[in-house]
Design a binder for this molecule. Structure first.
Ligand code: SAM
Length: 260
């Protein structure tokens, strides 16, 4: 599975679109069923796996993504593809307003709800089952929307971002946090070894699910480059798009704004 290469700005977005659907022979339904089933299966070990894959750094990245989303006081904010809830919890910790979170894998949502219920500080959160490509919310319902580690999993990234744009208020921010490829720089070989060898091995031992833990590191191949994501955000109708790289260039947070 070859990562999409970046040529021109338009090329980056086009190749990103093509690259990720190619992995399932262009069959969006097959990918959707695979992804929903896989996250349903690995839900019980997902948090442990997330800590393993990011060496625990994902909490700090999600805190930063929530701050960059900058939700307005008194208005609801949204986290899409919420999984077990970490990104939504970071939005809630800002204390600006209620937080809605959606995912299509019921076992992930059950864990998110249990985690919220177990921590009295996690108030004002609502976790609901929904497809990110058809959000069950009215236009301009939220002051901001976030998503973390979801781009490689959805079947149509542009539509995904368009839906997030649609449900935020004009001027509101859409923020994505995602892996964008292998680590770069002098420490890159260690990072690649960790992602491609250690994560699948330890994941398999801990969960017994070899398939899922091979898919997760490989699926970064289907995430567009940082410039590709920025292009897709612009094509989805967002403006003032910017991004910052983290973790030796292997992770990026993108911020875009719905035009006024
Ligand atoms: C890698 S997990 C990320 C979870 C969480 N955001 C985090 O950072 O820990 C990706 C999540 O996206 C969800 N997902 C993928 N495609 C989706 C879709 N079309 N609609 C709703 N959820 C989706 C999966 O069920 C899974 O929980």
């Amino acid at each position: 599975m070859t990562p999409p290469s970046v040529t021109t700005d338009d090329g980056a977005a086009a190749e990103a679109d093509a690259g990720y659907s190619d992995a399932f022979g262009g069959d969006a339904g097959a990918k959707l069923r695979y992804v929903r089933g896989m996250f349903g299966r690995i839900a019980p070990g997902y948090d442990r796996m997330n800590n393993l894959m990011t060496a625990g750094r994902h909490h700090a990245w999600k805190r930063l993504a929530a701050r960059l989303a900058d939700p307005a006081a008194g208005l609801p904010a949204l986290d899409v593809c919420c999984g077990t809830g970490d990104q939504a919890f970071e939005l809630a910790k800002l204390g600006r307003g209620p937080v809605y979170a959606v995912d299509f894998a019921a076992p992930m949502l059950r864990i998110a709800r249990d985690r919220a219920a177990a921590n009295p500080a996690r108030t004002g959160l609502a976790f609901n089952e929904a497809d990110a490509l058809e959000l069950p919310f009215a236009d301009a319902r939220f002051s901001a929307a976030t998503t973390s580690f979801a781009l490689r999993n959805v079947t149509d990234i542009r539509r995904f971002l368009s839906e997030m744009r649609r449900v935020v208020v004009p001027g509101g921010r859409v923020v994505t946090l995602d892996m964008i490829g292998a680590p770069r720089g002098p420490l890159a070989p260690i990072g690649r070894f960790y992602m491609n060898r250690v994560v699948p091995l330890v994941g398999r031992i801990l969960s017994g699910d070899a398939d899922a833990y091979a898919y997760l590191p490989q699926s970064t191949d289907f995430v567009p480059s940082a410039e590709g994501i920025a292009q897709l955000m612009r094509k989805a109708g967002l403006e003032d798009v910017s991004h910052r790289s983290l973790a030796l260039g292997s992770v990026a947070i993108h911020v875009g704004r719905r035009p006024l």
